[in-house]
Design a protein around this ligand. Sequence first.
Ligand code: ADP
Ligand code: MG
Length: 134
Amino acid sequence: MKVKSEQEMLLFGESFAKTIKIPTIIELVGDVGAGKTTFVRGLAKGLGVKEPVTSPSFTISKSYALKNGGFLVHYDFYRLQSPGLMAEDLQENLSNLKNIVIIEWGESIKDLLPENHQRIEIKYNEDDSREVII
Ligand code: ADP
Ligand code: MG
């Protein structure tokens, strides 16, 4: 699917939110600047999250309360060579059946993800558009 602008990526995330059945685990794949965090912003809006969503690249994880009592938990493992203690935090969040867990740069923790998780890949096109593969 072609996503032409940042605005369209936000709208795509927002509409994707409506398709989610909780619990859900989503792996986001794509280079730096592809639009992974932008997608999460739209997703959070679609889930009714009112707080601003910022990249968790420094904090590794950020959580946003959902209406069902669970959380949208957003990870970015880019800075971690190995997940260390964050692996336990991740496992705890993965096992909460009220959560939506969404992961950027999950290579180092891929063994912790169930096989049936969703995977969304975002690729650069030559113009500013992106190709999104679900
Ligand atoms: P990532 O999390 O993949 O590193 P971000 O979502 O943080 O990427 O940043 C994507 C950047 O690319 C933003 O600055 C956004 O404005 C810009 N951008 C330009 N075109 C698009 C597009 N079609 N989809 C998503 N982001 C886009
Ligand atoms: Mg990001």
